[in-house]
Design a protein around this ligand. Sequence first.
Ligand SMILES: Nc1ncnc2c1ncn2[C@@H]1O[C@H](COP(=O)(O)OP(=O)(O)O)[C@@H](O)[C@H]1O
Ligand SMILES: [Mg+2]
Length: 431
Amino acid sequence: MEIIRTGTTVRIGGAVICAVDQSAFMRILIYTGKGGVGKTSVSVATAIKCAERGLRTIVISTDSAHSLSDSVDVAIGPSIRNIAKNLDGLEIDILKELEENWNDIRKYIFSFFASQGMDEISAKEMAVFPGMEFIAALFYLGRFYSGDEYDVVVVDTAPTADTLRLLSFPDVADWYFQHFYGLMKNFIRVARVTVGRVVSIPLPPEEVMREFERFNLRIKSVRKLLTNPEITSVRLVTNPEKMVISETMRAYTYLSLYDLNVEALIVNRVHSKNPLNTNEGKIREQENYIEMIESAFHPLKIFYSKLFPLEIVGLESVKRLGDELFGDTDPSVIFSRENPLKIVSKRGNTSIQLKVPFANRNEVELYTTRDTIVVGVGQYRRTIALPLGLYGREVESAEISDGVLKIKFREDSDAGGKEKRPAGRKGKRGY
Ligand SMILES: Nc1ncnc2c1ncn2[C@@H]1O[C@H](COP(=O)(O)OP(=O)(O)O)[C@@H](O)[C@H]1O
Ligand SMILES: [Mg+2]
């Protein structure tokens, strides 16, 4: 039987059949990790292997210190450029994207805060709220997904801290829009009722409000792509070095907290994998770290690459890294589908289970409101919207075992009761 690719229009016996789900096959592979571990090289290597398998692939860089061009030795820029057969590249210029796509909103927010008496410089800072510079990258993912140009999008990211902000952004956006947008809506209503008494404050023009709404919807749909394990895989790139491993572990915790499917680990720059390497001391030192990595990240799929004697520059050289890492394995495959967040309901007892690998009991905090539960690990916060049946329910217990935070809720006795119920004393509890 012939397989019909979705998104294509097929003519059968005079009738036109259009496959509905446009992008059932598109994969988003996000590589993240500490600076210098090999994210750019591994991203390009993955993209080359995918392109060679006939998959239409684009590698995009969201790191403002773009090094895609250096890696492939071809000048890539802020517009999509073809690099090889089935392979395109793009280095996103965030400022350019913001100016071109969101300037109206930016200008309005600026004038709004300025009208409140804020000085010019602070008002401009308010207009660029945290994470805004990363939205452009997320929107590209949305655009590629709804189009039919690519089978695989490989995302080469900035070093871990920035990337975590990028990946958590859809949560921040939700908060931002609910509060800021709600405030503005209220404000406009009051302003209109009091007929011009508040004229000193500029009302957002209709088109700005509509742009806000479109903006929010698009962010929401990108979040869905990021948390769908069939579409998006996040892969951690690490090296067998103490400090790099610690950062990789932290990144794994936070990524899990944001529902992202981390399904593979790349251990790059391994001395012992190069038979010509005679640095015995380094080989032995790395052996210990590799053991540590294997036990800590089990059961993640792990790929290794040797430390090459020279820098990896140019398509041929990066392709060798791809061969070394993946061999005959298709790198676009999903190596694990397990979602880090689970809501389990058994005979009236409901629990939320969240993978928080490497978090220790003292780091995790819980807060509840009527319809959400906030899990904090270190400085990061994750708000989980509760299903309707859990509204207003008290937390009975919360414990971490085997890297899973299990939050049990009391059986439903007085649902819809108080507005705010603390998970423990003072609404905050450390575990
Ligand atoms: N396995 C490897 N062996 C030798 N050099 C490598 C290896 N992986 C990466 N490099 C080199 O290390 C430097 C940093 O790699 P890069 O991919 O740019 O890291 P990142 O994007 O994480 O900052 C580059 O010069 C690259 O050519
Ligand atoms: Mg890089």
